[in-house]
Design a protein around this ligand. Sequence first.
Ligand code: NAG
Ligand code: NAG
Ligand code: NAG
Ligand code: NAG
Ligand code: NAG
Ligand code: NAG
Ligand code: NAG
Length: 602
Amino acid sequence: MLIHGVTHTLWLLLLLHVSGMDSFKFNLFRKQAEVLPRDGDVRLAGSQTVSEGRVEIYHDGKWGTVCDDGWDLAVAQVVCRQLNFPGAKSAVNGGTYGEGSGPIWLDDMDCKGTENFLTSCFFGGWAITDCTHKEDVGVICEADMNVTISDTKHSLDHSLGLSAELGQLFDSGDGCDFQVLVQSPTGNRQENGTLEMVGTTICAHKMVLSRFPRFNASQGISSISVHVSQSCQPHFTSFIRYLYTRKMDVTFSSAQCLHQTASKFGVKQLMEDTGRLFTKVLPEDVTFHTQLSLYEYAVETGDMLLQENCVQYMAWNYQNLTQSPAWSRLSMGLLGVLLSRSDLVVPDESFLLRSLESWISEKGNSTSLESQADLLSRIRFPMIPAEKLYELQFSSTLYNAHQNVYRNNMLKAYQFNVLLFSTLRNSSTFKREEDDYQPRIYTAEPWDASIDSNVRESERKVGNRRDYYDYRYYYYTTARPYLQRRSKSFSTPVHNSMIFKDNMIHWEANVFQSQRECSNKGVKCESFPAARLTAQSSLSKYQSSVRFSNRLLLVCKGKYICQVQDFKNDLAHISSNSSKALPYPCPNDQYIYHFVVRPDYI
Ligand SMILES: *[C@@H]1O[C@H](CO)[C@@H](O)[C@H](O)[C@H]1NC(C)=O
Ligand SMILES: *[C@@H]1O[C@H](CO)[C@@H](O)[C@H](O)[C@H]1NC(C)=O
Ligand SMILES: *[C@@H]1O[C@H](CO)[C@@H](O)[C@H](O)[C@H]1NC(C)=O
Ligand SMILES: *[C@@H]1O[C@H](CO)[C@@H](O)[C@H](O)[C@H]1NC(C)=O
Ligand SMILES: *[C@@H]1O[C@H](CO)[C@@H](O)[C@H](O)[C@H]1NC(C)=O
Ligand SMILES: *[C@@H]1O[C@H](CO)[C@@H](O)[C@H](O)[C@H]1NC(C)=O
Ligand SMILES: *[C@@H]1O[C@H](CO)[C@@H](O)[C@H](O)[C@H]1NC(C)=O
């Protein structure tokens, strides 16, 4: 699979599990470099698969092994759980994963199977054993949820032939004139107290590396030394080879190493491509810890694309974010970024204000009054209906501390609610382009209507013939269950301000699965499924003052928003999960379609 490949398919195997995943995912996006193991840490060695291998435990500054006396499934469960796998498949006896080195730390293990750490089990004492390394044990852990994500069309901007030749040049090392010494601490200390290092030397060509200034290859030196964590070391050679060929195989487990290395050496394209892979895991974590960690990681490594992908996900799923355990961990900076976005999906603006109030009260006095006022100023008060504005002075927990901010913004909001836009326009304090007058994506009644396509999904398995029956069903019987389920009528005011409260517009929302359904409505669809939102009332009366920038939200399996689309000529086409346009995956395309009406003054 190629990152910069031809229209190749990129298969990613993500070994993720729901239970006990917090810490694993959380750690996943922590910088790993130079992190030393702690006493009692375990790891798996001697296998290509992350979820199995020889069990090694860290103690007294050294990695050592475990002997197979007393080794059973209960012990294996503890090891696997300590490594954040959901459980163990089997306990593997002596030598299957090769012989380890260093001390044999543990023997005669006796676990109940419920312990969280291997060291909580009963054992005879550190290094008290009569075993040899031939009896080093292993485990196979469960990695039961395979999330398989396919990605296509990573565009190619170079000649394949040249790429292959450069690859050969690197592999042969002919004429190489630049040494990269890659070193990693093993965690063990030597007798004189210095950290033991393992490393390899890669011989490369200045000519190639000089295109990346951070290698210092053009500064008249002929070698550098680089420190990476031990688990990333194997990927460093692939990284250097990539600089020749611009092609590479990436798996989820190598992606983080590659991303870190690429960011360290300023190889932007590789950083963005690997970063894009991380984005695929965002919907997996309902606790939102991963999303926050990944965002922090993206800020740390300077990956703007990854930052944007994380923020966008949180903006679209803001409501769930506010209910997640990570909510109070949100940094002020990130909250500020979120509150500035127009693609924030929330029931209404007062929901946003309440969420901000709850965040501030949870943070206690750790945020200054100035920062609080700054966050408050990002609330779009004019989007709050007059009745709710009036209640703020009684209900808002911040009102007393920030009376001026509230009063100024409420005045502005009242004006917006009761004055015609053409009148406001003449006021010197009114600035049309201010964010305060731009709607976000409000899903509260009456602005949102939803259609669940999943009923249809099960029918689709029958294949094309089903459509044929549908067709007959529709025409030759009076009941029309399928088609009705995929269309909905609803009404909204022309605009959310007081003035237009009583002028209603009727809308019709449809989800089309076939060309015939489109034709029935007299529209031409380019692909399926397609969604349509049309006004059934005449809009011409309002055309000079209000425009509608409506949105289609796709909610994956009813759990998270994975796509937000505009309508063009009342139509929106849904990207399938195989296309690159889809930032967050949705297995089997099980969408609920939300049609959101967004009026905006012009
Ligand atoms: C996970 O993927 C591997 C490799 O494709 C496959 O052999 C295995 O059967 C899958 N496991 C499950 C539970 O789907
Ligand atoms: C410690 O010992 C190692 C080899 O055992 C040697 O390479 C290293 O230079 C020594 N370090 C110091 C500070 O003496
Ligand atoms: C390149 O040189 C700079 C200073 O000249 C140094 O800080 C940096 O670590 C060097 N990079 C590498 C990879 O050795
Ligand atoms: C925050 O509040 C606590 C008590 O609620 C108080 O002890 C502390 O001094 C306050 N800190 C600041 C910075 O105001
Ligand atoms: C706004 O100003 C324009 C001229 O700049 C004027 O023609 C119009 O009547 C004013 N509208 C209102 C409502 O005052
Ligand atoms: C988000 O919130 C909705 C409504 O509260 C809930 O049904 C859904 O399961 C949540 N999604 C996740 C991923 O927790
Ligand atoms: C979407 O992904 C699923 C597997 O998760 C696959 O079965 C389905 O065919 C894909 N849909 C499209 C349109 O590629």
